[in-house]
Design a binder for this molecule. Structure first.
Ligand code: GLU
Length: 473
């Protein structure tokens, strides 16, 4: 029997959900969903100064928008909760007390200044800047004396000496650290709150997390977290560290590279599945060709396919997946793109006709006036095209549509009356109707441009062509 896979996403609500974190969430979710496991959402809000409650709701909304769901979380509590670290402080204190009574942790009275001096002294001697163990063996009287001096204390974990911490990173492979390199580290801050790496490790164990995929910035925490969990006799999850997301220039992803937050991307009108198709491939190799739905993305996910090289985010790739998604999205999804931009009731017909030319909602604002508005005077290449076709061409077209001809009938009439075929036929038609050389299929445009407009545009084109003939004669 294989045991239940439990993964989690553990964001700190200190800012908007960035693409890098969204990818971390996604990979954990893929893994749990693929193997029928559980996916948890835990809010890491012990850093009260930096945590922002409004970010919690936003974060959940953004995960849901991406299509991620969780089996337990701050809004879906179960026996392993609460799923918010600010509500688990008692548990961290209990664990600290246990470690203290087992002599695996001790009070440290060093001031920040003393620590800084010790750090500098070590560095100047070419040694790693570890805690020198100043307070590691203070007896009760010595501790009391320091308290009387008014010194505050943190609690440090006593790292065992001469031990190798060995484990397999799910992405980076075998890891080996000598405990002596780590130095005793803080598990409880002077204000009594637990340190990040302490709560993070305790919660994973308490919540039965089996696999942790997280950012590479946590690599250095992992051997310490191993030691904490070992000392408490708790279950240690398998950790895997994902390389950073970088922009196409190789620098860590930021606003400079365009929208780096999920909210910005959503608000610009990208569709969730376009974002999923992009993120699922960043740092995950494999033979997944072309667009995939969520089910296929889940099925395709493999821990073995996670790479160590930094993953490059490129806006043109997002645009590519967005086009694929717009192409496939149900009409209802795109209706809001046309709302307020086209005459009421025309939204569906408009989207159906111009969908191939839309990438973002803003593109609807480009095509709406071309379909429903007044076109400006023809100039340049467009004017030349109209002139070359000649006024008779457009007079025939105007008459045909005024008599109710559909696209096929219009083409047939033009062919028989002008003898033109192919580009010579289509280009002037497109130019007269849109004043552009590219765009949605003409047959589609003919369905949505109001008939009066069709006639008017052909008449204007005829006039331009006549004028052209006059001018050149
Ligand atoms: N709260 C941490 C972060 O946002 C979570 C680290 C982890 O996944 O273990 O970076």
């Amino acid at each position: 029997m294989t045991s239940l896979i439990v993964t989690r996403f553990a964001p700190s609500p200190t800012g908007a959900l960035h693409l890098g974190n969204a990818r971390t969430a996604l990979f954990n979710w893929f893994y749990a969903r693929k193997l029928g496991g559980r996916f948890l959402l835990r809010i890491e809000d012990t850093d009260r100064a930096r945590s922002d409650e409004s970010q919690v709701g936003a974060l959940m909304a953004e995960l849901r928008w991406l299509g991620l769901d969780w089996d337990a979380g701050p809004d879906l509590e179960d026996a392993k909760g609460p799923y918010r670290q600010s509500a688990r402080e008692e548990r961290y204190r209990e664990a600290t007390t246990r470690l203290m009574s087992a002599q695996r942790a001790y009070h440290c009275f060093c001031t920040p200044l003393e620590l800084e001096l010790a750090r500098k002294a070590a560095l100047s001697r070419g040694l790693p800047p570890r805690y020198p163990g100043t307070c590691s063996h203070l007896n009760d009287a010595a501790q009391e004396a320091r308290r009387r001096e008014g010194r505050e204390s943190t609690v440090r974990f006593r790292v065992p000496l001469g031990e190798a911490v060995v484990y397999e990173d799910l992405v980076r492979g075998p890891q080996r650290f000598m405990s002596d390199e780590l130095g005793d580290f803080v598990i409880q801050r002077a204000d009594g709150t637990a340190s990040f790496l302490f709560c993070n490790a305790l919660d994973d164990a308490a919540m039965g997390v089996t696999h942790v995929l997280r950012g590479e910035d946590h690599v250095a925490n992992t051997p310490r977290q191993h030691l904490i969990l070992q000392a408490l006799g708790a279950q240690i999850p398998a950790y895997g560290h994902l390389p950073l997301l970088v922009g196409s220039d190789g620098a860590p992803l930021s606003k400079r590279h365009g929208s780096a937050s999920v909210a910005d991307i959503r608000d610009a009108g990208y569709l969730p599945n376009a974002v999923l198709n992009l993120l699922a491939r960043l740092g995950h190799s494999g033979a997944l060709d072309g667009w995939a739905d969520t089910r296929a993305l889940i099925a395709h996910f493999e821990l073995e396919a996670l790479g160590r090289a930094p993953a490059h985010f490129d806006l043109t790739q997002l645009t590519h997946w967005q086009k694929e998604e717009v192409h496939r999205a149900p009409l209802e999804t795109l209706l809001s793109w046309a709302k307020g931009k086209v005459p009421a009731g025309q939204e569906g017909a408009f989207i159906a006709a111009v969908r191939q030319n839309l990438v973002l909602p803003a593109d609807a604002a480009v095509w709406a006036p071309i379909v429903y508005g007044e076109l400006p005077c023809a100039e340049g290449a467009i004017e030349a095209l109209l002139r070359a076709a000649g006024s008779a061409f457009f007079e025939v077209a105007a008459t045909a549509v005024s008599e109710g001809a559909d696209y096929a009938a219009l083409l047939a009439r033009l062919k028989s009356r002008t003898g033109l075929v192919g580009k010579a036929l289509f280009h002037p038609l497109r130019a007269a109707l849109t004043q552009r050389l590219d765009g949605p299929e003409l047959a589609q445009l003919l369905l949505i441009i109001p008939r009066a407009q069709l006639i008017a545009r052909f008449q204007v084109a005829a006039a331009v062509a006549v004028k052209g003939t006059d001018a050149s004669s």
